[in-house]
Every structure is written in structure tokens, then in C-alpha cells.
Design a protein around this ligand. Sequence first.
Ligand code: WTA
Length: 630
Amino acid sequence: MKQIVSFDQYRREYERSIQDPEDFWAEVAADYQWSRKWDTVLDWNFTEPSIKWFEGGYCNLAENCLDRHLDKRGEQVAIIWEPNESSEAYRTLTYRELHEQTCRFANVLKKLGVKKGDRVCIYLPMIPEAAVAMLACARIGAIHSVVFAGFSATSLVNRMNDSECSLLITADAVFRGKKKIELKKIADEALEQTPSIKHCIVYNHRNTEINFDEGRDHWWYDLMREESSEHAAEPMEAEAPLFILYTSGSTGKPKGLLHTTGGYMVFAGYTFSNVFNYREEEVFFCTADVGWVTGHTYLVYGPLLNGATTVMFEGIPTYPDHGRFWEVVDKHQVNIFYTAPTAIRSLETYGTEIFQTKKLDSLRILGTVGEPINEEAWQWYHEYVGKKKCPIVDTWWQTETGGILISPIATVTPLKPSFATFPLPGIQPVLLDGSGKEIEGNGVSGYLCLRFPWPGMARTIYSDHTHFRQTYFSAYKGYYFTGDGCKKDEEGYYRITGRIDDVINVSGHRIGTGEIEDVIDEHQVVVESAVVGYPHDIKGQGLYAFVICNETALTDDKLRLEIQSLVAEKIGAFARPDKIQIVPGLPKTRSGKIMRRILRKIAEGDTSNLGDTSTLLDPAIVDRIKESAL
Ligand code: WTA
């Protein structure tokens, strides 16, 4: 694949990609294997919206990730699996082995009646079988919906029911650090409420005793043993659905963003190769879980499309000690390391002594994703991890965008700490003001939107196209609205400033305030609640809940604990509020709308200037909340 190797070349490629996007992307797409070439490169409008890339073309993503490499690098390692316990042996799968496993599992899925277009839910730990399952779905044209294994039974139920999955793939249990998570138990609870699920495949990962429903459950290995390792990949239309991935929005339940085959493939491959300046035979380590979009695009698909060796790490950065990431880097001679700012900030709190026993000399490129990186964390990462010689790519993108849109190109773009720098070729960002007018020039700030499609973008919200239009294409006519605020400095460098809607970014996890409020409100004594974000040293943002309660015999502390466990049970532990303040009322306008702006200020501890409160129904409530702020 042609790579950008100089900043001048970047500028030229960028210019060309804007002048003639179709020609540009057609050239990129030609690097892949298509069983039939496309008739049209692009057909689009942002009104319906309708976005179609490479129509008439047929390809298979799994074939492009695996079969395409077999002649040249069949014996090269595709996945290095690093277990939770550092003393346990790691596993490797070569491209040939991964291909074989994927084919076998594709045959398993077919045997169980899974057809093209059927939805398959994957609720697995960070084990190679997660990649095998994803690739096997892609291979037969089934749509995978990976659910992060930190989600609760309720979240799993909602996701499986929303897209009417017919099959679930899970494991008995997993350890994350010292904590054991009994996935099958959670799945069993969920499966009581998911009528569309016909089969459940269980991977025996930890030899944990599980409940086994003979009619519904199957052991992974029993099924695999029976099947052949030969399977002809199904030619898929470029716009055939590839996967659904749920993410939080500012309102309502999580949305199942739908990505399609050809465009996603082209975009994942192109961005991986260029942003990370990937070179043959290098080892790439992305610390994200496969349950999030980063795990989809830059742990599995992007690296495999490029014939890379990708590291999949099951554990956590602080187990058995806070040097674990660096131990993994040295052990597997990682060249490119990609993680979240929150991980960097949390490791920073342990000091730098640990680096005395780590070499880290294999590292060439570093990256961050998921939230803005503050300058101090950037410098720490640059100095202690990168030894001041590794460029850091601060990559901005979203579940909706499928891949990176704004980011430095490693070794090419002049860096500026805490700036995502410039749009990649083919990406046309604009800053809009409140009235939807484009703000031109440098030294400006506004709402970040895109005015032209790119191949990796989501095409719809599964079974709710109206919601898709309303959420992303209605705020500003003719634009895709990201929900992020952005500044451009005097030199035109982009700096993403964070969400401007009611989405909170906690440790790089997107959480909708509405979702948490719905759960808190389920508690017997809770009348109403409002959740806002506040700056948090390690997590980036923390969750602050204001809660109105009925008279209760519960102490405030007991109530707080109950609310926290309720959120953990209904959503997942990562969504537990950090602070819960019991309040006598909430600041509401006369029309009943909660003024979140005021709550945000109180949560931030900045109550000196709360702005205009005269439109409140009961302005006095603000002082009462202020008095007992946490
Ligand atoms: C935020 C993760 C600043 C942003 C890939 C976006 C970032 C949301 C960055 C998407 C970055 C992601 N700098 N903010 N480099 N990367 N974000 O869908 O608010 O989990 O809208 O996708 O994360 O989160 P999501």
C-alpha cells in the first residue's frame, strides 16, 4: 500500500483527495481483493442521509484480512495473545492458523443455521477467539454485534433484543487482574429475556463450572472439532452490513451504529497503514478492548488488513503491577503502542521508578485515542515511554466514523502536544457556529462537523434510520454533526475540546447521562436525578449525580452505595457515578427543563458565577444545592 512519507506529500494527497475524492478512494480501494469491481465509487446525500461507497463491487473482509496474505506471510504471527497472568504462557496464531480457525468457525456458524444478514452477538473476553468469531461472521456475511464483557446482563439483553440476534458467543469466565467475571452466568441471566437467541456457543476459557442448557448451549471445541478448515468466503456487496456496535448518545438508549463492508475495509486499512506508518513485520499493540470501536478497527481489522502482527492483551495495566504494559512491550518487542490518555494518567500516578527495569527500545511510534490528552500526560508519555524519540499520534475519531479522521501521520506531521493536528486525506472537517455557518480561517473555535462522506462512516442506526438522521444530520443541514467542540489555532492545527452534548467521556468510555439517570430513577426512593460530568484528574471526566429522594430511613451513605450498585448491575461497573449528592430539588426552568449548565458549574466546584438564574422556577434551590455540594 502506498504510504505518505513526507509532509509535502501529505499536503498534495490531501488537496487531491478534496479535488477528486472518487479518484482518490478508488485508488486506495484497488489495493484490496474484490471479486467484482465496483460500478460507482460514491453516491451520497446528507439529507436522507444515504451514503454508498463502491456500489456494484463485491468483496469479503475476512478474505482480505487472511486469505490475501497466506502466500506471502502464512507463517507470520497474526495475533500474539498475552494472558492476564504474566506467568502464564502466551499464545500466538499465525496467519495460516487464524485462517484455519476462522474457516472452521464459519462452518460452525453455518451448521447452526446462521445465514447472511443474521445478527450474531459476541460477548467474549480479550481472547483470540473473539477475533476468530468476528472474522467468521464477516466471512459468511453475518452481522456481528460485539458487546464489551464489562457490560451487565441488562445491557446485554437490550443489545441482543434491539438487533434480534439469533446466536450468542460467550465464555465460561475470565480474570481481569484478580477479579473473576463469570460471563456465562451473566449470559444465562440475559438469555432468559432474549427470545430471538437460538444457540449459545461457550468457549471454555477458565474451566469454570457453568450451567449448561443442552438444547441451547454448545461447547466451542466440540463444534470446531467436527468442522472442516476449508471454507470459501462469501462474496459480499460493498454496502452489505458488516457489524453493529452500540454506543451511547445524549438521549435514549444506546444506538446500534451500523457499518458496511467495502468502505469500512478500505478506510480501516488505509488509516492504519498511514497514521501509524506501519512497516512490514512490525508488532502493533492496541490496548483497547474488542468491545469498543478501537478494538474493532485497530486491534483486529486494520492490522490484519495490513498483514501486521497484533497484540491482544487480556489483563489490566496495573496487574500484577503498574509496569505491565511495559513488560508486554519488552516481551513481544512491540514497535507501535496505542492506548488511551486515561491509562497514561493513571500510570503516571505511580511514579517513574518502574522504567528503570524496562527497556522499551523496540518502540517506534506511540498513539492515543478516546479523549483529549492533556499536555502534561503527553509529555510524560513522550519522555518515559517514548524516550523522546517516538512520535505520538493523537487520533480523533468516533464509533460513528469507523476509523481515524483527524490525526498526525506518524513521522510525517509536525506534532503539537494535545492537538490532533490535521485531517487525514479524504476528510473534510468544518467548524460551525451556533447558527450553522462555517467559520473560516485559523484561530477560531466551533462545533466540529464533516461536510463530505468518507468510506468508513456508519450508514445508519440499526432499524432506526430516522434516529440516525435526527442525531447526526439534522442539527446542521448538509453536515454530519460530531457532537464535539473544536479549536483551530493560528497555524490551523485542530484541537478537539470535548463533547458539547450530554455525552460524558469517562476513562475513554462514552456514557450518556440519560442512560444513567434512567437507572438511578429506578431506585425505590429516588424521585428524580440529573447526571453531569466534571473534570477528573485520571478519568478525564467523572460522573456527578444530583438526586432527589423521598423520605427514607436509609442514610445518605447507604443510599449512595445502593445507587452505585444499581448502576453497576444495570449498565456496568464503569458507569458508576463518582459523586452522588442528595438534593432537595433541581434547577429547572418554568417549562420544566433542567438547567444542566448550572449543575455542571456546581460539579466543577466553580460557583462564583453561575450566570443568569432568573429564568428558573425556583432560583433559591441553587443556593441550597451549592451549600451541600461534594
Ligand atoms: C472523544 C472512540 C479528543 C470525542 C474512538 C469523540 C477524542 C468520542 C479523541 C468518541 C481525541 C475520541 N481527542 N477527544 N483524540 N478521540 N475522542 O465513540 O469526544 O468511543 O466524540 O470512539 O471520544 O468516542 P467513541
